[in-house]
Design a protein around this ligand. Structure first.
Ligand code: GLC
Length: 452
């Protein structure tokens, strides 16, 4: 495996740095001010960290096996990543454990294991919405000493992605890839993608059925985290906000009501699958790759899959664009994944080697090229090989999408906020309550959750 190195020169990467810096400003507030980390847990973590570093030399070339967990990888890039790592570090074997692709379901499994002090998993991928919660609960090791000892240049990463892993003055997670919602469309059916949600709905109804398609638009409307991201995109597009910058709940507004009503209109459209309320990302890419839909909302990973003729019937016929606009413009939800180390890991040194490799330029290049995952290291967007494999990374439209990315509500009780949204939005989309009721219920429930 060739070691990759390149100096950042281009304007695209520079503007991405600037844009992600802007995201970073938003994300910064994501790190709770609250510093009431359990002291005992904190000291234990410090101690573990210190012991680990001392053990480093002794452990040196000893054969070790570590377990790495991540949400189901539909792209196969993880195997390539592990193979490259094991080649570079022959004394470390990585066992890969597949977790549910639903971020909420894997979150709950990690919490169950880590809160019981289980040491099975050494390294794991964490959704950008988890690091503060996991750090505060004492589930993970702080990475600062490793970062310092190995001279990792954190400035090479998009600032927003670094901030997502920062909590209580320490770095708990290394940024692995970043995500932003995109509109995918069939270029053999549609000449120009829709620019507003009304236009999308119209075109979905008009074109469903063409070129063997059955459906118009696919989105993630199942009751899980993906629904929250889709809703945030609609709410922002219609000018609403769940929490304002001062953490006041502002979700009960005409803007949110309009957003939920638009989502409901799309769910009820004749051209939407009858089981759209069960759709998550895998259901979306499966149907889209089989050629069943004219439009789909998904993350960047789907772009390289669409071009892979082994799994896609639509290769050569797929374009991507900004998500359509509501009354206030277009908005993409901000997502992405970090890598963290279980504080009970028995092999933290080896675990760190793997984290460093995966989240460093060589590992991220593999994830970008094999898995279509958007790098968090700016200079990778200038790499001709990366650009060649995933046209997305060389595309200004995509850069604009990242520019628009909207973070989810920024609060230490994010899991509760997410649950409230998931439940109330699902009820509204199923027609059990009105959009107005959903917005009002979310408002009162969030207010009481935040005041606890
Ligand atoms: C993607 C995003 C993640 C988000 C999830 C929702 O994995 O990267 O941030 O929470 O989708 O399904």
């Amino acid at each position: 495996m060739k070691i990759w190195k390149k100096v950042l020169t281009g304007t695209v990467a520079m503007s991405m740095v600037a844009m992600m810096a802007a995201c970073g400003d938003d994300e910064e507030t994501d790190v709770p001010e609250d510093t009431d980390t359990d002291d005992t847990e904190q000291e234990d973590a410090d101690e573990a960290d210190g012991d680990d570093n001392e053990a480093a030399a002794a452990e040196d070339q000893e054969e070790v096996t570590i377990t790495y967990a991540r949400g189901n990888d539909a792209t196969g890039s993880t195997d390539v990543l592990i193979e490259a790592f094991e080649e570079a570090f022959p004394h470390i074997t990585v066992e890969y454990r597949d977790m549910p692709s639903d971020t909420g379901a894997s979150h709950d499994q990690y919490v169950t294991e880590f809160s019981a002090g289980d040491s099975t998993i050494d390294v794991f991928d964490a959704d950008v919405i988890w690091p503060a919660e996991f750090a505060q609960a004492g589930y993970v090791l702080p990475l600062d000493r490793f970062i310092e000892e190995d001279g990792i240049d954190m400035d090479a990463y998009f600032p927003g992605t670094v901030e997502s892993g920062h909590f209580d003055g320490r770095q708990w997670a290394m940024p692995k890839f970043t995500d932003a919602g995109l509109l995918y469309y069939r270029t053999d059916i549609v000449d120009e993608p829709p620019t507003t949600w009304d236009e999308l709905l119209e075109m979905a109804e008009e074109y469903a059925g063409e070129e063997g398609t059955e459906f118009g638009y696919l989105m993630q409307a199942n009751q899980y985290e993906g629904l929250v991201v889709n809703a945030i995109e609609f709410i922002s597009a219609y000018g609403g906000q769940v929490l304002d910058d001062d953490q006041n709940v502002t979700v009960h507004s005409p803007e949110t009501v309009a957003a939920i009503e638009k989502m409901k209109e799309i769910v009820d459209a004749d051209s939407s699958p009858s089981n759209i309320l069960n759709f998550d990302e895998p259901a979306t890419h499966t149907a889209f790759l089989e050629g069943q839909a004219v439009f789909a909302r998904n993350w960047p990973y789907m772009q390289s899959m669409t071009e892979d003729e082994d799994q896609s019937r639509v290769a050569g016929n797929v374009g991507f664009a900004l998500l359509p606009a509501g009354d206030a413009g277009s908005a993409a939800g901000l997502g992405g994944w970090m890598t963290m180390i279980n504080r009970y890991s028995e092999n933290p040194e080896a675990a760190w080697e793997f984290v460093k490799f995966m989240t460093g330029p060589e590992g991220q290049k593999i994830s970008a090229m094999e898995g279509g995952l958007a790098p968090t290291i700016a200079e990778l967007y200038e790499d001709p090989e990366v650009q060649d494999v995933a046209q997305l990374f060389a595309d200004e439209e995509f850069v604009r999408t990242l520019d628009n990315a909207v973070p989810r509500p920024i609060t230490p009780i994010y899991p509760q906020i997410s649950d409230i949204m998931q439940i109330e939005l699902s009820r509204a989309l199923a027609g059990e309550i009105s959009a107005e009721e959903a917005a009002s219920n979310m408002q009162s429930q969030m207010e009481s959750a935040l005041s606890e």
